[in-house]
Design a protein around this ligand. Structure first.
Ligand code: NAD
Length: 380
């Protein structure tokens, strides 16, 4: 019977938890036993009693014996190497492990003989959708980014006809129309804003327009950035310079810019420069979701709001943590969807030939399988 362990998350500002009482019950039906560290779900609104009634054993946080008996550690972010060393050899760690160029993680996997699934690396194929943590969390980030932008703006979002006259709708520019960007478009549209969108993947245009937003066609250049597996590849410096020039006028008229442009495993493309900020209206707002990857916008700082000549720059790197109940519920369902097929007849078996497992299994029993990603400078 596989023994699952749900730890208290140790990363600063992390409020999520990797299992909900709902998913825990289902893991038990699938033949697992589950240990939950006391208090693990408190910040997400899941109390110890709810886990206990769902069938979990409540255990003391960091207890060496409990960690040593676990077959699978379900986490949101990776525990420290010291904590990982408490697991038995051959145990499986499943979570958002920040694998890109993560030498420390690679060394910990080797030293402790662990297996690990880094959920950032799940292939973006239809079969993976129910397990796609990047999507479930990015959706929340896109939604919350617009709420933060609207709350910080010195204007209304919707057009209003009032006795004192007509108020024009806010103008929102969304940079990057992946999962977070499209949710930002939908949320801003629901609040009544006029929305413009920039992305470099042509396939996005139709999705953007179907949400009632206007697409800004990327610059016409020969060295257009390529695309692989639905992701954008890194754009050249010349392309980004042309794109910034094109966006400068749009941003000068914008009330809110929501920055979600990313290239997996790379520094985020710089799309708003200091000069462009100088042209933005005092009172306008930039919400930068890419701030932890270097930022789409100049001068944004993780977890801080900077007032730059009247323009509010919101460094929004931890938005899913600000909606922890739904973020955890959806994340927990993603983990259940991923692991359910591996749990047959009360045994956990990893089919390393399966495309989903092979994509995200960065280490197996201490041997590194995705050195291409874990090596510093590596990407997928
Ligand atoms: P992401 O977070 O890596 O990037 C966000 C967006 O930034 C992307 O749309 C990208 O094209 C854009 N971008 C990159 N450089 C840019 C630039 N210079 N200017 C403007 N935009 C730029 O992407 P994501 O949200 O994780 O989604 C990536 C893709 O995966 C999408 O096509 C999405 O539809 C697809 N997807 C597939 C599945 C599935 O089938 N399982 C699930 C979710 C997402």
């Amino acid at each position: 019977m596989p023994r699952l362990l749900i730890p208290i998350e140790s990363a600063a500002a992390e409020t999520r938890v990797a299992a909900s009482p709902e998913t825990l019950k289902k893991f038990i039906v699938l033949g697992c036993s589950v240990a939950v560290e006391r208090g693990a779900g408190v910040s997400s609104g899941f109390l110890d009693e709810a886990y206990a009634s769902a069938g979990a054993d409540l255990v003391a946080p960091g207890d060496a014996q409990t960690w040593g008996q676990a077959d699978v550690l379900l986490c949101v972010q990776s525990p420290s190497p010291t904590s990982l060393a408490r697991l038995r050899r051959g145990a499986l760690v499943v979570g958002m492990l920040s694998p890109y160029g993560n030498h420390e993680l690679s060394e910990a996997m080797k030293a402790c003989g662990l297996s690990a699934m880094a959920l950032e690396l799940l292939p973006r194929i239809s079969r993976a959708q129910a397990a796609d943590v990047l999507s479930s969390q990015a959706n929340i980030a896109g939604y919350k980014a617009v709420l933060l932008g609207a709350a910080a703006l010195d204007r209304y979002f919707p057009m209003l006809m009032t006795a004192a006259g007509t108020v024009q709708p806010a103008r929102v520019v969304v940079l990057g129309a992946g999962v977070a960007g499209l949710q930002a478009v939908a949320t801003a549209r629901r609040l009544g804003a006029v929305v413009y969108v920039s992305d470099i993947r042509p396939a996005v245009k139709e999705q953007v327009e179907s949400l009632g937003a206007r697409f800004i066609d990327p610059p016409e250049m020969e060295d257009k950035p390529a695309e692989s597996g639905g992701y954008a590849k890194q754009a050249s410096d010349a392309f980004l310079a042309a794109q910034r020039q094109q966006l400068s006028d749009q941003l000068a008229q914008a009330d809110v810019a929501i920055c979600t442009a990313q290239v997996p495993g790379r520094r985020a493309p710089r799309l708003i420069s200091e000069d462009m900020l100088d042209r933005m209206r005092p009172g306008s707002v930039v919400v930068d979701l890419a701030v932890a990857q270097g930022g789409n916008c100049a001068d944004t700082v993780p977890s801080q709001t900077v007032n730059r000549k009247g323009v509010k720059l919101i460094g929004a790197n931890e938005l899913p943590c600000s909606v922890p109940n739904h973020a955890s519920s959806l994340y927990a369902r993603n983990l259940l969807a991923l692991l359910q097929p591996t749990l047959q007849d009360g045994q956990l078996t990893l089919d390393t030939e399966d495309e989903l497992i092979a994509g995200c299994l960065i280490a197996h029993d201490g041997s590194i399988r995705r050195g291409d990603v874990l090596t510093p400078g590596g990407t997928n």
